[in-house]
Design a protein around this ligand. Structure first.
Ligand code: UT7
Length: 353
């Protein structure tokens, strides 16, 4: 279906999600926290002025509608693992581990180097994490939050001693650079976190949600099993990302606030307990609207959408990396990550730093 397909019923889904208090992630399981962070961004900066020369748009339109001034893009021939591997190595080093001590690699990505095998397999080889089991999570822009939740469960249960969790995407490779409604929004990037058992704090709660009936609003129609690659599919530009921007916008505004409230409730916390809110960096207007719903001042929000645009699965983890590097997060702080994306999916995590 194209983005113009009939409206889905996703408006009611989140309200139907039970918000009953759950045992926190720690429960009878091991407490798991982030013990190392890394990031890697392409060198090439593409400003709004450059896009003005490619499509009928303007710097003023892009800034006022999205908050984006510039984004980073990979060079032709580069792929997701070229950004993810350096980010991973930085995170492993920061955790005080050797690559061959990593036991699990979970990558949130929609743009793996190849459809098969997974990006995690390629990254494993590049970083030398020979002992790690590897798989990808396809949860679009919520990919890092989903990957973190999956890996956290596996480490908390004791099946693994640690995990390398990556959020990496190069959406520039699936963007139609003649479509002004999408090409101005996205950038490329990668971030990584090593998680392991911790003595205190760590990941307090996670919440993942999906409304597959909204899949038509944000999708790459071809290249999968429904429409395999063909001359026709390429001519029709069906391998590019198609988006119904206003539907995704409305969904995002609602879901960001609601997901934050659900995950905080699971952790036994309230919005006023949050020290730093790290939202998916898709559009400054979506973030501002979500903050109003949560009654959170914008000073408590980490923003980098202006510099990078929407880096899909890399957005939240790169923002977390930058916030930690900049000293915006102190020991004991409550940090909330919230993301949304194609699926439609949403996910949130509460971390005590
Ligand atoms: O991670 C999830 C990924 N996606 C998102 O988060 C996207 C969510 N949606 C959005 O951020 C916003 O809907 C957009 C930024 C995509 C669009 O903003 P909007 O305020 O919803 O604009 P609109 O779609 O209502 O379009 C307004 C006008 C249209 O022209 P007409 O029909 O009113 O004449 C568009 O054709 O703006 C036009 N337009 C542009 N004009 C200049 C659309 N893109 C551009 C552009 N430059 N790049």
């Amino acid at each position: 279906m194209t983005p113009t397909a009939k409206r889905s019923s996703h408006r009611t889904i989140i309200k139907a999600t039970p918000t009953v208090r759950r045992p926190s992630c720690t429960g009878s399981l091991r407490q798991v926290g982030i013990v190392g962070l890394g990031a890697c961004l392409p060198q090439r900066v593409v400003t709004n002025a450059e896009l003005e020369r490619m499509v009928k748009t303007s710097d003023a339109w892009i800034r006022s509608r999205t908050g984006i001034r510039e984004r980073r893009l990979i060079e032709p021939g580069q792929a997701t693992s070229d950004l993810a591997a350096p980010a991973a190595l930085e995170a492993i080093k920061a955790a005080g581990l050797r690559p061959d001590e990593i036991e699990l690699i979970v990558t949130g990505t929609t743009t793996p180097d190849t459809l098969c095998p997974s990006a995690s397999c390629v990254i494993q080889d590049k970083v030398g994490a020979k002992r790690a089991g590897c798989f990808d999570v396809n949860a679009a822009c919520a990919g890092f939050v989903y990957a973190l939740s999956a890996a956290q469960g596996l480490v908390a249960s004791g099946q693994y001693q640690n995990a390398l969790v990556i959020g990496a995407d190069v959406l520039s490779t699936i963007i139609d650079w003649t479509d002004r409604s999408t090409c101005v929004l996205f950038g490329d990037g990668a971030g990584a976190a090593v998680i392991a058992p911790v003595g205190r704090g760590g990941i307090l709660a996670s919440y993942l949600g999906t409304d597959g009936s909204g899949a038509c609003h944000l999708q790459v129609p071809a290249g999968g099993s429904r429409i395999p690659a063909s001359k026709h599919s390429v001519e029709q530009k069906q391998h590019f990302l198609k988006m119904n921007g206003s539907e995704v916008f409305k969904f995002a505004v609602r879901v960001m606030g609601e997901a934050a409230i659900v995950v905080l409730d699971r952790a036994g916390l309230k919005p006023e307990d949050v020290d730093l809110f790290i939202p998916h960096q898709a559009n400054i207007r979506i973030i501002q609207a979500a903050m109003e719903r949560l009654h959170l001042p914008i000073e408590k929000v980490y923003l980098n959408v202006e510099k990078y645009g929407n880096m899909s699965a890399a957005s939240t983890i790169v923002a977390l990396y930058e916030a930690a590097k900049a000293g915006r997060i102190k020991r004991g702080d409550i940090v909330v990550l919230v993301a949304f994306g194609a699926g439609l999916v949403w996910g949130a995590t509460v971390i005590e730093w």
